[in-house]
Design a protein around this ligand. Structure first.
Ligand code: NDP
Length: 490
């Protein structure tokens, strides 16, 4: 029997392993060499091998592979300090979702045609609480994208300090261009199936891309009709039926609270800084609002068609215009320049990352900021990038930010404010109480600063640079891992 005492210099498959072990049979310490590597491997995670295995078993899911790779690369060292983890194959059980539901959604459009879409719910991990994570309605939705989001959500929810497991769901239905009646019929059809799989103590969905207050309301209505149960089964509900104050604002505000905490480590602040924001949806709108409140200048916003750049800055009145354009008229961002002609519009799906600014907040979607764009941001003097979206920066972009040693936070840390206030909405629903906006906002701020502290604790490198990716992954992982260990092999 071999007991691992200490492992050092362990880097993936690099056999520069210097492992000291204690062999009970011979009762003496040895300097490990390849003879014992096979035995020791049974208690050591090999990130490269785990990833290769996942790619082989689940091909054609590149976003899922990308998310897993990022996490494994940063937790490997910490994981291998705990040989008990690998003894129970914890890493594979943490990467592969507990359960995946896939179903056909059939609905009728306004012309009477019958339409079909795919519906999904990924219940990734419920070691620390009920599955929790948003629902995305977007034409690009597929299994791999939702698996990446559910995987990320597990670590994010762990970081919030609240008792929530990780899940995600959605459909390749696009609300864009659909009438209200069509959106309602789709939500009802989607929920006819999803209702069987969720519950206030089982799985609690919320909004995400394409799913806001309107869609959550329609889905809640069907759930209630089918189950006769008025409970906090969805978050992001309207205020009149159990929603929380500050939930719509939470992801955007939380991202900017996190940004402020990062800047503070450098003795800096948001005041007077020029900020590039991508997206013009829920997260982008409230990130912009908080930047304005803290004295920053918002230069850009975007949608999937292109971006607008306003040299005078998008002030409160202009942001109100964008909110009305997007939330009420469901228009396109290019219409901004008709209203404010001193601004420019760049179309063809262009991103705002080549504009000059101090700070970048990607708040639209995954992989919307690549290596070349990251280089342009750094060359233009950006000092901080805080992700409001999930996985908006490609691995190449992250490398550029970290090599330039600028402040960079991954979405699972900086956008955790949304799910945090969802967690607070669940608490209010359970208590049958509603908290004031000030109370919720104060809790949100506390959670974001706590996540920041944990990232600093687990992510500070020997030269003092804070690797927020590593910090968030290790902190999020350890809590889930300990809960899984305590609950046995299930
Ligand atoms: P919304 O649907 O409200 O807004 C999404 C915005 O991103 C829209 O402006 C949309 O433009 C744009 N967008 C979507 N897809 C693309 C694409 N492929 N290329 C370029 N632009 C695109 O979603 P949210 O604001 O809620 O979500 C934005 C991001 O934040 C997502 O990554 C989401 O997962 C993440 N997030 C959201 C949370 C929340 O509480 N809502 C919580 C945590 C993370 P268009 O209108 O043209 O599609």
């Amino acid at each position: 029997m071999v007991v691992l005492l200490k492992s050092v210099n362990f880097v993936g498959e690099n056999i520069k392993r210097k492992v000291f072990y204690f062999d009970k049979k011979v009762s003496k310490r040895h300097n490990a060499d390849t003879y014992y590597i096979n035995i020791l491997n049974s208690n050591i995670m090999d990130a490269k091998k785990v990833l290769e295995d996942l790619k082989r078993r689940f091909p054609n899911e590149p976003e899922y592979h990308q998310a897993v790779e990022e996490v494994l690369g940063t937790i490997e060292e910490e994981y291998n300090k705990h040989p008990e983890f690998d003894k129970v194959n914890l890493i594979e059980r943490l990467c592969i979702p507990d359960r995946v539901y896939q179903f056909r959604v059939t609905w009728q459009d306004d012309k009477g045609n019958i339409q079909t879409n795919m519906g999904y719910r990924i219940q990734h991990n419920n070691a620390i609480g009920p599955y929790k994570g948003g629902i995305r309605f977007h034409a690009s939705v597929n299994l791999g994208i939702l698996k990446f989001l559910a995987f990320e959500q597990t670590f994010k929810n762990s970081l919030t300090t609240l008792p929530m497991g990780g899940g995600k769901g959605g459909s390749d239905f696009s609300p864009r261009g659909k009438s209200n009646a069509e959106v309602m019929r789709f939500c009802q059809a989607f929920m006819l199936e999803l209702t069987r799989h969720i519950g206030p103590n089982i799985d609690v969905p919320a909004g995400d891309i394409g799913v806001g207050g309107r869609e959550v309301g329609y889905m809640f209505g069907v759930y209630k009709k089918l189950t006769r149960d008025f409970s906090g089964v969805l978050t992001g509900k309207g205020l009149e039926f159990g929603g929380s104050l500050i939930r719509p604002e939470a992801t955007g505000y939380g991202t900017v609270y996190f940004l402020r905490a990062m800047l503070k480590t450098k003795g800096d602040s948001i005041e007077g800084k020029k900020v590039l924001i991508s997206g013009a949806g829920n997260v982008a709108q409230y990130a912009a609002e908080k930047v304005l409140q803290l004295g920053g200048k918002v230069m850009t916003m975007s949608d999937s068609d292109g971006y607008i750049y306003d040299p005078d800055g998008i002030d409160r009145e202009k942001l109100d215009y964008i909110m009305e354009l997007k939330n009420v008229y469901r228009g396109r961002i290019r219409e901004y320049v008709d209203q404010y002609p001193t601004a420019k519009y760049v179309g063809d799906g262009a991103k705002p990352w080549f504009e000059k600014a101090d700070i970048a907040l990607p708040c639209a979607t995954q992989n919307e900021l690549n290596e070349e764009q990251a280089k342009a941001l750094v060359a233009n003097g950006v000092i901080a990038v805080a992700e409001g979206a999930n996985m908006p920066s490609t691995p190449g972009a992250i490398r550029v930010f970290q090599e330039a040693k600028i402040l960079y936070s991954p979405g699972k840390a900086s956008n955790a404010g949304g799910v945090s206030v969802s967690g607070l909405e669940m608490s209010q629903n359970s208590e049958r109480l509603s908290w004031s906006a000030e109370e919720v906002d104060a809790k949100l701020l506390w959670i974001m600063e706590n996540i920041h502290e944990n990232c600093v604790k687990y992510g500070t490198e020997p030269d003092g640079y804070v690797n927020y990716v590593k910090g968030a992954n290790v902190a999020g992982f350890m809590k889930v891992a300990k809960a899984m260990m305590a609950q046995g092999i299930v």
